[in-house]
Design a protein around this ligand. Structure first.
Ligand code: SF4
Length: 474
């Protein structure tokens, strides 16, 4: 038994316990995906973790005890969140949000603030770049917003540093203080604490294996397609070593499948090849998919990606009408789309095509061209969204300037009914075309036969049936 003096020595030398921070993906009435740049409800029971909370789990773990409550996938309730924040050791809540859910998320934060006035509360989402200051002005419940989750400002603020802090707007007694954004084009962060997230429950229809999770290797996009918000964030990349370190850790955790969730993973040939070569040399047992821009996909990249375990790429095709592609700076033509998709087919890399219906200038004829293009390409999956004037896009500027939406409007979900009527097609017509696109793509006998032929197990059949039900169940 230690004596009193020894006990006192032990107390003095015991490391002080770290303050606890809760990273919260708030609950919702639907399977919401808060995907940093945009938020929407899952169309086909797929679900992955928020990339900002993943990165913060590693960054904050250096100085804090980090807890994660990803309330969406286990369908946890606001009451579950209130129970979690009752823990007196908790010092702060950092939550992720987006346009599809922000009203409800702020209502939940008001409840948390009422129960725990001592907690620091900060919000993260791509939209903070555009409306973060306004949100802070209108919502006293928020203490701060993050403008860039990869920066170290949040950790400094939670540790008590005074603003201005990099990548944040912070409320102070003297008013709101906005810190600068980092200008570095390359960055690295500590390996995200994937083990704190319920990664065994994440689902992706295109995943070959499970468990599956998300890795981010770059932020923003150097292009500037008129309907997409990613171009407004500039472009910066994680170092290749830092990415490979995270992939090795994930393989060690038993993760078997990765989605590289960069807005577009394939921009820089040398970097893509270095990551692929690193994965091969490390002998990582990982299969993967990524978002890719078709015009930057060359033969070299496709070959290395396939060799390193890539089985599917998700590409923005958007429209079957060259005039629409040109209007929105897509930098690819329908003819190039056909050629690149065929090369991907040759490399045996599957293709998920994203299409948008109802952009300004859309006519019934151009929408029909889009539907025909989707049917004519050998795509594994096609996703048809309706045009949404997201914050930070040229589409939004046009929509406000032409009076199609009020300047203050910002809340929508691109999986849902159209919010934009541009004088061409009505909302009903756009929605009707979207439903027609879904039916005519997925209910083709040749597509159904191909999908059934690919099923290799009872589980595969279950996934197929569940996706079909989700797609056509509403
Ligand atoms: S290439 Fe893709 S991610 Fe980049 S701006 Fe265009 S649509 Fe957005």
């Amino acid at each position: 038994m230690p004596g009193e003096a020894e006990k006192a020595d032990t107390e003095r030398t015991r490391p002080m316990s770290k303050p606890t921070v809760l990273l919260l993906n708030p609950p919702g009435d639907k399977l919401y995906i808060r995907d940093y740049y945009c938020s929407f409800s899952s169309k086909a029971s797929y679900y992955w973790p928020p990339q900002d909370l993943l990165a913060l789990s590693g960054i904050l773990s250096r100085d804090f005890e980090v807890r994660v409550l990803d309330a969406i996938v286990p369908r946890q309730t606001p009451e579950d969140v209130m129970a979690a924040v009752a823990d007196p050791s908790l010092a702060a809540v950092v939550f992720t949000t987006g346009t599809a859910t922000i009203k409800n998320d702020l209502a939940l934060m008001a409840g948390i603030r009422a129960a725990r006035p001592d907690l620091k509360i900060a919000a993260s989402a791509g939209i903070m770049k555009f409306i973060g200051r306004e949100l802070l002005e209108k919502n006293a419940v928020l203490d701060a917003v993050l403008l860039d989750f990869s920066d170290s400002g949040l950790a400094a603020w939670l540790a008590g540093a005074a603003p201005p802090l990099t990548g944040m707007i912070v409320r102070t007694p003297a008013g709101l203080v906005e810190g600068p954004l980092s200008k570095a084009r390359e960055f690295a962060y500590p390996v995200p604490r994937h083990e704190l997230f319920p990664f065994r429950r994440y689902r992706l229809p295109i995943a070959r294996r499970f468990p599956f999770t998300v890795v981010v290797t770059s932020l923003g996009c150097p292009y500037n397609c008129g309907f997409c918000t990613a171009g407004a964030f500039g472009y910066k990349v994680r170092t290749v070593d830092n990415v490979l370190e995270e992939l090795r850790a994930l393989a060690g955790l038993g993760v078997r499948e990765i989605l590289f969730q960069d807005p577009t993973f394939t921009i820089n040939t040398r970097r893509v090849i270095e990551i692929c070569r690193g994965m091969i040399e490390a002998g990582l047992d990982l299969t993967w998919s990524c978002n890719a821009d078709l015009h930057a996909l060359d033969e070299d990249k496709m070959a290395w990606m396939k060799k390193a375990g890539c089985h599917t790429v998700s590409v923005g095709i958007e429209s079957g009408d060259n005039e629409m592609l040109k209007k929105y700076s897509k930098m690819i033509t329908v003819e190039e789309v056909r050629a690149k998709v065929a090369r991907l087919n040759d490399h045996k890399i599957k293709v998920l095509g994203y299409f948008i219906l109802g952009l300004p200038g859309e006519t019934r004829a151009s929408a029909e061209q889009t539907i025909a293009l989707a049917r004519s390409l050998r795509l594994d999956i096609a996703s048809f969204s309706v045009a949404t004037p997201d914050l930070g896009t040229r589409l939004r500027e046009e929509a406000v300037a032409k009076g199609w939406i009020p300047a203050a409007a910002s809340l929508w979900d691109s999986s849902e009914y159209p919010v934009l009527e541009t004088g061409g097609l009505s909302k009903e017509e756009i929605w009707g075309l979207r439903q027609k696109a879904m039916r005519s793509f997925y209910l083709r006998p040749s597509y159904i036969a191909r999908k059934l032929f690919e099923v290799r197990s009872l589980r595969g059949l279950q996934v197929l049936a569940s996706n079909a039900l989700s797609l056509f169940g509403k």
